[in-house]
Design a protein around this ligand. Structure first.
Ligand SMILES: CC(C)(COP(=O)(O)OP(=O)(O)OC[C@H]1O[C@@H](n2cnc3c(N)ncnc32)[C@H](O)[C@@H]1OP(=O)(O)O)[C@@H](O)C(=O)NCCC(=O)NCCS
Length: 133
């Protein structure tokens, strides 16, 4: 059996696929690449989906830390945001978000951005609510 798969060095995303979308021309910056704020907003949405799933209630972003853009995102790329739960506090949840893209020309996706997103579970009054640990 050929050893290609065994020897393959491509790395995999960490976490659960939270959101997937195609990068469109309207999302570009002046260089023609995808605008960083667009990428962050999708990381935020993906983390929010996971925060609601984990807490079972509404959740809001309280902090975004250490966002790094590693490679440009191009129009037409499939953009996938993965969420990995790092920490559950009393009312907060911290997720490491990874963004991976795949273009039509590539065989494997590549990691283009990552960052830490902290959400707080809230009640109907918008006050912090305990999260089951
Ligand atoms: C999130 C919010 C409800 C928290 O209210 P608060 O009275 O500050 O609550 P607390 O001080 O009790 O903090 C709640 C939790 O957030 C955590 N937290 C607060 N500020 C933080 C920060 N800068 N970084 C990381 N965690 C933070 C606290 O450690 C605490 O976690 P724990 O309960 O797990 O120990 C309030 O700040 C808020 O409504 N912010 C606006 C949220 C929003 O609109 N987000 C969308 C983007 S505009």
């Amino acid at each position: 059996m050929p050893g290609g798969d065994i020897l393959s060095t491509h790395i995999e995303p960490k976490g659960k696929l939270a959101i997937q979308v195609t990068a469109m021309p309207a999302d570009t910056n002046a260089n023609g690449d995808i605008f960083g704020g667009w990428v962050i907003s999708h990381m935020d949405m993906g983390a929010g989906i996971e925060a609601r799933r984990r807490s079972g209630c509404r959740a809001v972003t309280v902090a975004i830390d250490s966002v790094v853009f590693l490679k440009p995102v191009n129009v037409g790329d499939t953009v996938s945001c993965y969420a990995q739960l790092l920490k559950v506090g009393r009312t907060s949840m911290q997720f490491k978000m990874e963004v991976w893209t795949l273009s039509i020309h590539e065989q494997y996706p590549k990691k283009v951005a990552e960052g830490l997103f902290t959400f707080v579970a809230i009640n109907e009054q918008g006050q912090p609510q305990l999260v089951d640990r």
